[in-house]
Structure formats: structure tokens, C-alpha cells
Design a protein around this ligand. Structure first.
Ligand SMILES: *Cc1c(COP(=O)(O)O)cnc(C)c1O
Length: 402
């Protein structure tokens, strides 16, 4: 594959990354997805739009986020130098605002009045509700009743930000049902509303659009790392749920001789239902309107999944990652609940940075790899901060050993 022309060629006009992606949607939605695609192509070329997004990132979100040389973590791991791209310092505490502000700006351009989305742990819901408040748009977030119970502080945040939270009470009452519910609501309202997906997943053009909005992470990180060290990192590493923070940082290095590694959750065991390591154990399938590697049962239904980090428990994965894996441009590994937890405590104690449990998966793998590599450098995308996880961790696992 020609990585110099990568962003011109991937995805193709139908939204395929190799054989993955596409748009498997009901015929009545085809027109509205085409409109989103066309509007997105327009604004990509618009200086006004680009300038407005740049302004938002700088003055509202707090970008650029720093790249930080984690010296104590490096000494602790004992090997390659470890650096962190501090996406945890974004407004709202994670990388998700990068694409939510973009999606909301697109909605404004299209004259839409309302943003509709689903949320699992509530992180996407909070980021989107923030974007809606900023642009003065209505916001409707669908959330399974089980998650509403579990993620109470995020439900409060969304409501404070002015969003309507729609409880979803069918099936397992979690993320997959929330997506189904949000989609139904969008189908009834696509003239005035826009659907805002939470990762590089879903039907075309969302994997493209979310990747482009997240690519600011990789573009910044490459420049910052070069300026700090005079060379590129040997390895770039990120956790993968749907894959947006990983695609964001990968895209800055796609045409460089840099190893790209995505870390998926192997959960509490490798038994069916106990993990969400889609790349390692999934087969090709279709979920939520796109083709990808998918954890599924014999009938092709998405499998139940689990991770200690609720932002990583999705049975599918972004189509671009599936292609990058098949092309051997990126590799995908796993970290377990226990490993992520240990990394969570270590980064907190050694660096004074409490990471999101999702991001702790990338830290866990990077520490292991640093030791094996002995020299060189690893850049981790620290996708979010851990404030949302502290009550759960302190209650379930205590405060760690000094
Ligand atoms: C949602 C979330 C993730 C997982 O989503 P991706 O699309 O895979 O990036 C990772 N880290 C944090 C902090 C999140 O909130």
C-alpha cells in the first residue's frame, strides 16, 4: 500500500477500507447519510470551517495537549523511554471532545437543530452534550438502564449540560441496545437531527470523519516529539475500543518507519463473554451498519463482551484498524484487567497522573514492551484521565501498594 497517498485513497468513495467498512443501512437512511458525506466534503475545503475548528481547539479545548517524557515510569519499567501524549488534559478529560466538537460544527453547518447519540459509560454522551451546549443545539443521549445505574455521575453531567437522557430498557440494557434505540430515534427525525457516533465505527462516512477530527492528536504529537528529541518514536501505542484515539495518533505516523500498536482488553479471561479482544478473537461480520472483525456467536449475532474499562467493551472495531492489521501496518495485542489495574496504580504513584482505565491498558502494554526493547522510545496516547474511575477502583480494589 502507498502510505504517501494514504489519506487520499482510504477509505474509497463507498467508505471501504479494503474489504471493511461500507454503509449497511436501511434504504430510507441512504439519502441522509449521503447528505452528511457531501456536507463533510464541503466543510473540509472551507477555510471558515477549518479556522473555526482551530479556534475552538485552542481557546476552548486547551489544545495542543503536551507530549511528556515520563522519566520515573521509564526507570520503573527499565528499558525504552516512555512518552505520553496527554489527551487526558483535554476539556472534559478525554480525546472524545476532538470529534464531538467537529461533529457538532458539521451539524451547525448543515442547519441541524439536534444531536442524537448513544453512550455506554457516558463518556461520549458527556462530550457530545458539551459540544451541544457550546453550539446551542439540542442533545438526546440514549443509554441502557444498566449503564445509567452504573455511571450515575456521567448521567448527572449530561443533564447539567442540558441534554435529554433517554433510558433504554430492552435486551441487555447496555451499549448495543442504546445504539439500536438512538438509530430508531434518528430515523424518525433525520430532517432536523444528526446522528453523532462515538468512535471510528458505524456506517460511512463516520469512520472517515471521526478519524479526520482525531488526527489532530497524531499531527501534534509527531511535531512535538520531533522537537523534543530530534527524531521519531520507535513505537506508538494506544488502547482500542472502537479505535478513535488509536486512529488519531496512528494517522500522524502512518507514512513513517514507526511501529503502530493497538491494545485491546483481554478482560478477566479469554472465555466467551469475558473480554473484548476483537482483533485477536473476532471473525469478519457486520455490526451497526459496517463490516469489521467482530466477536460473535454461531448465528453472527454480536457476542456479549466485558472489560474493566467500560469504554473498551465493544464487540466490533473500526474498519480502518481491520485493514491496517491485514496489511500488517499496525499490530494488535492485549492487556488484561489485572495488568491495566496495575498500570493504573503505577502511573498514579510514579508520575502523579491518574489515567482512565481504558488508557491504562496502553500503559500496561507499553511498560512490558519497554522492558523487552531495552532502548529506543515508545509514545503512548494517554486517551483520558481517571477521575471517572476512582470511586469504583477504591471500592473494589483499594489504593494499591506503595
Ligand atoms: C471512549 C474511550 C476510549 C475508547 O474509545 P476509542 O474510540 O477506542 O478511542 C478510550 N479511552 C477513553 C478515555 C475513552 O473515554
Amino acid at each position: 500500500m502507498d502510505y504517501q497517498l494514504y489519506f487520499k485513497q482510504q477509505p474509497d468513495a463507498q467508505g471501504f477500507f479494503g474489504k471493511f467498512g461500507g454503509a449497511f443501512i436501511p434504504p430510507e437512511l441512504e439519502k441522509s447519510f449521503r447528505e452528511i458525506d457531501e456536507a463533510y466534503h464541503d466543510i473540509c475545503q472551507s477555510h471558515r470551517f477549518i479556522a473555526e475548528l482551530r479556534d475552538i481547539r485552542k481557546h476552548y479545548q486547551g489544545r495542543p495537549t503536551p507530549v511528556y517524557h515520563a522519566e520515573r515510569l521509564t526507570r520503573h519499567a527499565g528499558g525504552a523511554h516512555i512518552y505520553l501524549k496527554r489527551e487526558d488534559l483535554n476539556h472534559t478529560g478525554a480525546h472524545k471532545l476532538n470529534h464531538c466538537m467537529g461533529e457538532a460544527l458539521l451539524a451547525k453547518y448543515m442547519g441541524k437543530k439536534k444531536l442524537i447519540a448513544e453512550t455506554g459509560a457516558g463518556q461520549h454522551g458527556v462530550a457530545l452534550a458539551t459540544a451541544a451546549a457550546y453550539f446551542g443545539l439540542e442533545c438526546e443521549i440514549h443509554m441502557g438502564e444498566v449503564d445509567i445505574e452504573k455511571e450515575h455521575p456521567n448521567v448527572i453531567r449530561m443533564k447539567l449540560l442540558g441534554a435529554t437522557v433517554v433510558p433504554v430498557s430492552f435486551g441487555l440494557k447496555t451499549l448495543k441496545e442504546a445504539v439500536d434505540s438512538a438509530f430508531q430515534s434518528y430515523m424518525a427525525d433525520y430532517e432536523t437531527a444528526i446522528y453523532c457516533i462515538g468512535s471510528v465505527v458505524g456506517p460511512h462516512p463516520f469512520p472517515l470523519l471521526v478519524r479526520d477530527f482525531q488526527s489532530v492528536v497524531g499531527i501534534e504529537a509527531r511535531e512535538q516529539f520531533l522537537e523534543m528529541t530530534g527524531h521519531l518514536p520507535d513505537t506508538v501505542c494506544a488502547c482500542v475500543g472502537g479505535g478513535s484515539n488509536a486512529m488519531g495518533i496512528f494517522s500522524g505516523f502512518i507514512n513513517d518507519p514507526v511501529q503502530l500498536i493497538g491494545v485491546e482488553p483481554s478482560g478477566r479471561s479469554l472465555k466467551y463473554g469475558d473480554h473484548a479482544a476483537t482483533m485477536s478473537y473476532g471473525r469478519e461480520g457486520v455490526i451497526h451498519g459496517f463490516k469489521c472483525y467482530l466477536l460473535q456467536d454461531e448465528k453472527g449475532e454480536p457476542a456479549p463482551v466485558y472489560s474493566i474499562a467500560s469504554g473498551l467493551d465493544y464487540p466490533g472495531v473500526g474498519p480502518e484498524h481491520c485493514m491496517l492489521r491485514d496489511e500488517s501496518r499496525a499490530s494488535y495485542v492485549t492487556a488484561s484487567d489485572q495488568e491495566a489495574l496495575a498500570a493504573f496504580y503505577t502511573l498514579s504513584r510514579k508520575e502523579g497522573i491518574i489515567p482512565a482505565l481504558e488508557s491504562a491498558h496502553a500503559v500496561a502494554y507499553a511498560m512490558k514492551l519497554a522492558k523487552e526493547m531495552k532502548r529506543g522510545s515508545i509514545l503512548i496516547n494517554l486517551s483520558g484521565r481517571g477521575d471517572k474511575d476512582i470511586d469504583f477502583i477504591a471500592e473494589q480494589y483499594g489504593f494499591g501498594t506503595p
